[in-house]
Each structure stands twice: as C-alpha cells, then as structure tokens.
Design a protein around this ligand. Structure first.
Ligand SMILES: Nc1ncnc2c1ncn2[C@@H]1O[C@H](COP(=O)(O)OP(=O)(O)OP(=O)(O)O)[C@@H](O)[C@H]1O
Length: 349
C-alpha cells in the first residue's frame, strides 16, 4: 500500500480511514463541509488530527498511537498540495516559481532551472517562463502551479478542486493536462465534478459528515451508487429498500428490474434508473407491458438541457416541453411516474 491513513479530528467531526494502492488516483467527492479539504490538510501536514496514523510509501507521516507522538513536518512528507487558487509567488516569474521547490531541497541553481524547464514543457507553459503570475491568465497560472507541484518530485499529489476557479475554456485543457500527468502517479483529487472522477480517477470515495459513505472503483460507484449523493452525481434516480423475489420493495412499492446477480430476499437493495427513462402520466396507462408505476406529487419543474426535469421528492423524470404542456403539470399535481422494468438496474447495497 502506498498510502494508509486513519485519522480523527473531533473539532471537525472528522473520522476517516483510507488505503491507496501504488499509482492509484483517488477522487474525493461529497457535499460542502463533508471534510474533503480537511482530509487533504491532514495528509499534507497542515492540520493535526487528534488521533490516528498515516504512512506514505513506508514513511510515517504521523502516528498518535506511539509514545511520544510522531509528526513529520509538511515539507518532509513527499506530498505536494495544489489549491484552487494557484498561490504562485508574485515576485518570481513562472520559471523561478517552478524552480523554487527543487532549489529549496539543495539542488544547484542550474539543475533546478533545468528541472523547471522540463515541467514547464510538460504542462505546455514553456513560452510563459519569463512571465510573473500577474501576467498569466487563471488557466495559465494553474498550469504553472501544476508544474511547480510536480517539480518537487512528490510521492503524492494532493489537488483541491483544481478546475473550480477556471472558466469553461480553461477547464478542459487543465483536465487533459491532469489526465496526462496523473497517469501512474499517486494523487488525491477533491472535486465536485463527476467528469473529473470519471476521467482522472481509478477509484472514488464519497465523504458525508466527515466520514466515508461510499468507496470503490469509479465506474462501479457511479453505475451502482449506494448513497443519494453519488446517485445525484451520476444523474440517476436511486430508490433503496429491501430485496424481494420479484424486485426491490421501496417506499413507492415494489420496483421490478434487471439484477446482475441474485439478490438475497430480505437484504438491503437499491433500484437505479435514469430520469430520461421515466414517463409521466396523469392516469395509470393500461397497455399491458410490464412497467413500474410510482405515484407521487410533483414538487418542482426545472429546465434540464432540452428537456424539463419533473421532480417529485427524490424521484426525477425528464420529459419534453410539449409533454409538459399537454399534461399541464404544476407543483402539487399527483402523477404516475412510469418506467419499463428493462430500464431499472437492481443491486444489493
Ligand atoms: N478553519 C476551520 N476551522 C474550524 N472548522 C473548520 C475550518 N474549516 C472547515 N471547518 C469545518 O470542518 C468541516 C469540514 O470542512 P471541509 O472544509 O474539510 O469540507 P469540504 O468537504 O472540503 O467542503 P467544501 O466542499 O465546501 O470545500 C466542516 O464542518 C467545516 O465547517
């Protein structure tokens, strides 16, 4: 294992355990205040947990179970933290910013400049070498910050929402750059964007209330979410309940669908389906095909791409504007949310 962390910090209601394999990139997802930045700060050594221990490639980062406590200074950890804001030194040009890390570990001036040039080239910023941060766009500054983080030769790169401050043109460029530099590198990336998790990460954890609520391979968590938060990210409806021989018993009644494996009756299970697979009717349709019919009162209507998203509590359906006009739906209308069994995936949770 390259990284092992167990840490708790009572003041932030934070309690987490996590293991990373060599070369793994882990995405950390979760709502605001879930503890994502706290996790990065604890690993980087900017925040001291109350209890726990952590090792990175066999090196102890901290250990509060030993006497005396062990606590490795941030600069000696082999981690590099890239914040939302690039935080480049304003009085140094891009090359000097990137050379700063190697230089401060005792590498000669010429050698550290040559390392800096290598990473400026790798991040497609070599033409910006002479510019100071004030002369760079947000996207350019963030690419230089990636170069600076990598020039220090970290064992683990910590990225805190690296795309958050970028506009819609700069973000895809940055994502492509990260895909390239993160391949086979240990990294933890905090993100609100499911695309980052899909493109950049091998595995994800979902954090809620300072704890890991879900963990696994990225595709697995997004295809078979177990938490409402992960289902929302994946753009899926998620109804949880109890497995029965014929389907999953939920608060809307029995949902039938396709299960990849046999679900032990009585066990916890979930039904997931896309909002686009759901039709909305005012009266129950009677054409005999096997379908699920969930009766619910509409709570919200909102535009969603070319469609209208019809919400009824935790249920969502995407229908055409013409269908909305025909049905005359408004919040409060009782309606039937109808979906074919073939559009529903059932799995154990
Ligand atoms: N400087 C601080 N002092 C005290 N408590 C803090 C501080 N920063 C964050 N917290 C608290 O710690 C908890 C975790 O916050 P954290 O910033 O790690 O969440 P996050 O998942 O990164 O959120 P976001 O997505 O909003 O950045 C929250 O309850 C928050 O209020």
């Amino acid at each position: 294992m390259s990284l092992q962390v167990e840490a708790s910090l009572e003041a932030r209601n934070f309690n987490i355990a996590l293991d990373m394999a060599p070369g793994e990139t882990l995405a950390v997802l979760g709502p605001n205040g879930a503890g994502k930045s706290t996790l990065l700060s604890v690993i980087a050594g900017l925040l001291k947990p109350d209890a726990g221990s952590a090792t990175l490639n066999g090196r102890t980062l901290f250990d509060f179970s030993s006497t005396p406590d062990r606590w490795l200074a941030p600069h000696a950890r082999g981690t590099a933290l890239l914040a939302q804001d690039p935080l480049l030194f304003p009085h140094l040009n891009a090359l000097e910013n990137v050379a700063f890390g190697p230089r401060s570990t005792g590498v000669s001036k010429a050698e550290s400049r040559s390392i800096a040039r290598h990473w400026l080239a790798a991040t497609d910023t070599e033409l910006l070498a002479d510019r100071r941060p004030g002369e760079l766009s947000g996207g350019q500054a963030q690419r230089v910050a990636v170069a600076r983080a990598l020039a220090a030769g970290p064992d683990l790169l910590l990225l805190d929402e690296p795309m958050a401050a970028l506009d819609i043109h700069a973000a895809p460029l940055m994502r492509r750059l990260l895909k390239h530099v993160l391949a086979d590198r240990n990294a933890i990336i905090v993100t609100h964007d499911v695309l980052d998790a899909l493109m950049l990460a091998d595995s994800v954890i979902v954090m809620e209330d300072g704890q890991v609520s879900e963990a696994g391979a990225t595709r697995e968590v997004l295809n078979r979410p177990r938490s409402g938060f992960a289902a929302g990210l994946a753009g899926l409806n998620l109804l949880t309940g109890t497995a029965r021989a014929e389907g999953v018993e939920t608060r809307y009644g029995l949902i039938t669908g396709t299960a990849e494996e046999q679900l032990p009756p009585g066990g916890p299970a979930a039904a997931a389906f896309r909002p686009a697979a759901v039709s909305v009717y005012l009266d129950p349709p009677h054409d005999g095909s096997p379908r699920n019919m969930l009766r619910a009162a509409i709570t919200d209507l909102e535009p969603h791409g070319d469609a209208i998203r019809v919400r009824a509590g935790e249920l969502a359906a995407d229908i055409t504007p013409a269908a909305l006009a025909d049905l005359g739906l408004v919040p409060g209308t009782e309606a039937y949310f109808v979906l074919k069994a073939t559009a529903v995936t059932l799995y154990g949770t």
